[in-house]
Ligand binder design. Structure first.
Ligand code: AMP
Ligand code: MG
Length: 690
């Protein structure tokens, strides 16, 4: 039933034009797709809002996108009201009734008069109350004194939503009554014009649907400095567009025929959780510019870097549990390192440097040790001080104990000693308030030390990237099983599973699938439910039995990346149910090389890691090779006696060469002639995280 492409959330207003400068209590709208919200739009009056919504719905219709539009006011009144006013208990009868009667100019409207008219029609002191105008209006009480409401005060939905306002109250902080009166006529027109379906009164089968929202249901206060209404529409739009189809369907499954309902009521936690998820990738994230044939490796990497973004969820962990994870936000030092000036050595501290010559200073009582809070040293004397101790007041220089003799309550040493010698300045390493580590950093032992030193005990980290690994091919059997003639053992899966683990991600073994499209689709469905990335091998090219690329192409979200690389075949990059798919070639040598060169940095981006460039170095070649222009080549290599030797055969079926090698020699795109001694770039497997 759902399957919406675009979400637009609108914070409505019952008041008049709010002026040029964006401000609260105006109309705000925000568009979101796939968990990414655009900049909120400021719409200063209803006329502009209706015009903009009309244009937007037109454009989305033309683009073939389904739109779910949310408005933050009730779509229905408490039971009995529609019938009392229109003679029918049909909410749309009321929408149309209001539409023919509400007069709306940007600076004035007749909402209070119409409310009074309704009050008189249904018998007097209510249901509407509050008059925002100076003049008294017959039939519209200004306050609730003497108020008598023939209808329920609240809708069922409002009874369940603490803090929700009654739609009878036409003004005052938080009141929603005017928004309903001024909003329903606009919705009535848009509904008619676009054939929109309205939730929960109608099934949502149309290209445009309206839902009632109430941002306060799930959102707290806006961050400091942001306009509340603008922030709310952006958050709600992002939240709703983050929901998967099943969740959205469940939340839309509501029966409330006359009064309507508030979207998400009873699903608040799930909605907040969806909003905490990172944005999904778009279906066209792997699209290549038209006319591209062979993409050089460097360009391919730049495309991946630009197109991919973190898809792993974020959680907060104590630093001690966060090692092995990736920082999801910059970390600010809470304390300087060192927090106070201290001594780097065991020795004697005093004030100021000393010139050449012998110096004698009276030795003060006691000592300063690490952990002591700094005392005060009388001027002209010295104090015994131990490594790590904060410098007492009156000490800025320390002389090494080995250079000092102590006798008769005095110390003696030879100058010169520079002022500040053997001490560390406060904050010389890190200053409190500075960024200690940036988003995307791997938290290893060194980072755990730094975070702790600057007083950070808890950090936001990405959850480990979940990578589903799947082999495809009718010829594959499991190692150890009986292999019929024509069958081979699946070598890629064990290799890729271990690679993914060594990269630091969670490998999910999804087994093997024969060359059968339905079976492959079913396996990919299963993988897309548990993984953030699907890594397949085999069937990625454009032949008859290349079902990975065929399926992704059918799903309308695949690009065959023909990369100027050897070894390598085309990579099939696409999306399956919102999850990126990396279709590696079947050949194990090509699969491993492509996984190292393209898969690893792609996974890094998806996992939240900073972009990774494997560090190599130049070594003299121990081999001879003539290389053509026009593609980058990777040779299985290792270093012996300071020289890079390469595997005897470049044959891409030679799995043994992968074991023989300890790294790769990277040969640039251009033509090259290599003889023994020519420097070549060697990248050890360790640089790839293996
Ligand atoms: P494909 O990319 O499916 O055309 O496969 C290319 C070559 O790699 C064929 O010779 C396949 O038999 C072989 N191959 C595909 N998948 C695997 C695998 N998982 N293990 C070993 N060889 C494979
Ligand atoms: Mg195959």
């Amino acid at each position: 039933m759902s399957g919406f492409d675009t979400f637009v959330m609108v914070d409505w207003s019952g008041g008049n034009d709010t002026g040029k400068t964006p401000r609260q209590d105006a109309i705000w709208a925000c568009i979101a797709r796939l968990g990414r919200a655009e900049k909120p739009r400021y719409l200063r009056n209803r006329g502009l809002a209706e015009a903009w919504l009309g244009e937007f719905f037109e454009a989305e219709r033309a683009a073939g996108r389904r739109v779910l539009a949310g408005f933050d006011f009730p779509f229905g009144y408490p039971a009995g009201f529609a019938a009392a006013v229109t003679g029918q208990d049909d909410p749309f009868a009321l929408w149309d009734w209001l539409e023919t009667r509400i007069e709306d100019a940007s600076t004035a409207n007749n909402r209070f008069d119409l409310a009074a008219e309704i009050n008189l029609q249904v018998g007097g002191q209510g249901p509407f109350w509050f008059n925002g105008l100076k003049r008294d209006i017959h039939g519209l009480p200004r306050t609730k004194s003497g108020y008598r409401n023939p209808f329920p005060d609240r809708r069922l939905a409002e009874e369940r939503a603490p803090g929700a306002f009654s739609c009878w109250q036409l003004g005052g902080t938080g009141a929603v009554g005017s928004q309903v009166l001024m909003g329903l006529p606009v919705l009535a027109r848009l509904r008619r014009r676009f054939g929109a379906a309205v939730w929960p009164f109608e099934p949502l089968r149309t290209p445009l649907a309206f839902v009632e929202i109430w941002p306060s249901l799930t959102l707290g206060a806006a961050p400091k400095g942001q306009i509340k209404d603008a922030w709310q529409v952006s958050e709600i739009a992002r939240m709703m567009s983050s929901l998967d189809e099943d969740a959205l369907d469940r939340m839309l499954n509501v029966t409330a025929p006359e009064e309507g309902w508030i979207f998400g009521l009873g699903h608040e936690d799930e909605l907040r959780e969806a909003a905490a998820q990172p944005p999904r990738l778009t279906n066209d994230c792997f699209a290549l510019p038209p006319g591209v044939h062979w993409t050089p490796v460097q360009e391919t990497l730049e495309l991946l870097k630009e197109r991919l973004s973190p898809v792993a969820a974020v959680e907060h962990l104590p630093v001690t549990d966060a090692t092995g994870r990736i920082l999801a936000s910059d970390v600010t030092a809470l304390r300087s390192n060192p927090p106070l000036p201290n001594t780097a050595v065991d020795g004697y501290g005093f004030a100021g440097g000393r010139p050449a010559g012998v110096h004698r200073l009276p030795l003060a009582e006691g000592r300063a040790a690490a952990g002591d809070s700094p005392g005060v040293l009388p001027a002209g004397s010295a104090v015994r001080i131990l490594t790590g101790a904060a410098l007492p007041e009156g000490v800025d220089t320390v002389v090494l104990q080995e250079d000092v003799t102590v006798a008769d309550g005095k110390i003696a040493f030879h100058g010169p000693v520079k002022a500040g010698a053997n001490t560390r300045r406060a904050g010389e390493d890190v200053v409190a308030g500075e960024t200690a580590l940036t988003e995307g950093t791997d938290i290893g032992p060194a980072q755990a030390a730094l975070l702790s030193a600057v007083g950070v005990a808890e950090v936001a980290v990405y959850k480990p990237l979940r990578v589903a690994i799947l082999s495809t091919g009718a010829e594959l059997v499991e190692a150890g099983d009986r292999a019929a003639p024509g069958q081979i053992y699946d070598a890629n899966r064990p290799m890729l599973v271990e690679m993914v683990r060594r990269f630091g991600y969670q490998a999910i073994d999804m087994g093997r699938v024969p060359d059968d499209r339905a079976a492959l689709a079913a396996r990919m469905d299963a993988a897309s439910k548990t993984a953030d990335l699907i890594l397949t091998s085999g069937g990625a090219s454009s032949g008859d039995e290349d079902h990975v690329s065929a399926l992704l192409a059918e799903a309308g979200a695949m690009t065959l990346w023909r990369i100027a690389v050897k070894p390598g075949r085309p990579l099939a990059l696409g999306m399956w149910s919102g999850v990126p798919v990396f279709g590696l070639p079947g050949n194990p040598v090509a699969a491993m090389t492509c996984a190292l060169i393209f898969g690893r940095p792609a996974m890094a981006r998806l996992s939240g890691r900073a972009w990774q460039v494997p560090q190599g170095f130049d070594v003299p070649a121990a081999f001879t090779k003539k290389k053509k222009n026009g593609r980058t080549e990777y040779l299985r290599a290792r270093i012996r006696d300071g020289q890079a030797e390469v595997f005897a055969s470049e044959g891409s079926g030679r799995i043994s060469g992968l074991s023989w090698a300890e790294g790769l020699v990277e040969m640039p795109h251009e033509a090259l002639e290599i003889t023994p001694g020519t420097p070549v770039r060697y990248i050890p497997f360790g640089s790839f995280g293996l």
